[in-house]
Ligand binder design. Structure first.
Ligand code: GAF
Length: 378
């Protein structure tokens, strides 16, 4: 990827720049909990967005997306927002840095990525984090704190891309560490690294991409968040982090059936993350897997962010004796994440491919998980 970007950069701009990369993420458990002040448990993966960037001495940003074969130029004032959705991620990052008193001036860039788009692996957070990290290095002497870089990416989603996301994806992309998952408390923003050595205990993590494109922009994602906020307000708490089932049930009559189900899922998921962290400390993978299946059930039936193809993959995982399986990320398509014992792995992959192909006319994409480092300069 680096060579391809380098060649394109040289051809288009006639010089060279510095290279930066930031990864996509997986999330073992803790879905739709981030914007509810709960816990998440993600890790960065070995698939990145990479950019070559050179300061150009003007007040214009000139961007070429190698994957989309698309070129866009924009200025750095609010009125200069580009129309192209992909370019708005970069524009948003520039604006959010400037709004916080940071410096961004004109630059040339070519970028490309290996994070599959719409697969629930946070390609957009990888793009935001790549540029937030790079512009901090190029224009701000790395004075912007790492957490602020993640918040810059999140604000970009809110203010320029129409997704009221939580902080998990940008946090994972910026803070990722090789072979470590990270437990983040999204209320206090305290986090801890958890070395994740499933392989030493005979397990693999693998993603199966249904290739149903998940799209969070203009999606029911924001509606899920609104439901949660409505219930929190009705219960008189700041976020659902501060609610429990007894409180929810006591207020049952004043909450719509739909909102009740959404909140029930979130309250259950809060505890499941803690259970998984505790289980991992004891290398109790059976409990980890059980909680993953419960999360899938909740995301499918109560939170209603699954789809037929992902439920099908989850059923196949159960049939094949996979330890844990669930839809991962925002939902509405994308991948399942599967915790599989080594001795079941080959049969599971072969069966999932065969059965999915028979039913949907194409195989799911198999993506082995490698937990890797976060945003960095090459
Ligand atoms: C998406 C969002 F961007 C995250 O903030 C998070 O809410 C996730 O969906 C669901 O856990 O990836």
């Amino acid at each position: 990827m680096k060579e391809r970007i380098s060649k394109l950069f040289q051809e288009r701009f006639g010089n060279t720049g510095s290279f930066y990369a930031s990864p996509g993420r997986i999330n073992l458990i803790g879905e739709h909990t981030d914007y509810n002040g709960g816990f998440v448990f993600p890790g960065a993966i070995d698939k990145c967005i990479m950019a070559e960037i050179n300061i150009n001495g003007t007040d214009r940003v000139r961007v070429y997306s190698a994957d989309m074969d698309s070129y866009v130029e924009f200025g750095l004032e609010e009125k200069d927002a580009p129309q192209e959705q992909w370019a708005r991620y970069i524009f948003g990052v520039c604006r959010e840095i400037i709004k916080r008193g940071g410096v961004v001036k004109g630059f040339d860039t070519v970028f490309a990525g290996e994070v599959p788009l719409g697969a629930g692996l946070s390609s957009s957070a990888a793009l935001e984090s790549c540029f937030a990290f790079a512009l901090n290095d190029l224009f701000n002497e790395n004075k912007i704190e790492k957490f602020e870089l993640a918040l810059i990416g999140q604000s970009t989603e809110h203010n320029y891309c129409g997704v009221n996301c939580g902080i998990m994806d940008q946090f994972a992309s910026v803070f990722g560490k090789e072979s470590c998952l990270m437990r983040l408390d999204c209320r206090s923003l305290e986090y801890a690294y958890y070395p994740f050595h499933a392989a030493d205990h005979g397990y693999k993590l693998v993603l199966l991409n249904s290739k149903v494109k998940h799209e969070l922009v203009d999606s029911p994602y924001n509606k899920r968040r609104e439901s949660c906020e409505r219930v929190a307000k009705q219960l008189g708490v700041e976020t659902l982090r501060d609610a429990d089932m007894a409180m929810l049930d006591a207020a049952r009559d004043s909450i719509s059936d739909e909102d009740y189900k959404r909140a029930r899922y979130v309250i259950g998921e809060k505890q499941r993350v803690l259970d998984v962290c505790e289980a991992l400390e004891k290398n109790d993978f059976a409990t980890v897997g059980e909680r993953m299946y419960q999360t899938h059930e909740g995301l499918s039936k109560d939170y209603e962010v699954s789809c037929e193809e992902l439920d099908f993959l989850n059923d196949v995982a159960r049939e094949c004796g996979v330890t844990g399986s669930r839809i991962m990320g925002g939902g509405f398509g994308g991948c399942t994440i599967n915790l599989v014992r080594d001795d079941k792995y080959d049969a599971f992959i072969a069966t999932a491919k065969q059965k999915f192909n028979d039913k949907y006319g194409h195989e799911p994409e198999v993506i082995p998980v490698v937990i890797s480092e976060g945003a960095h300069k090459l």
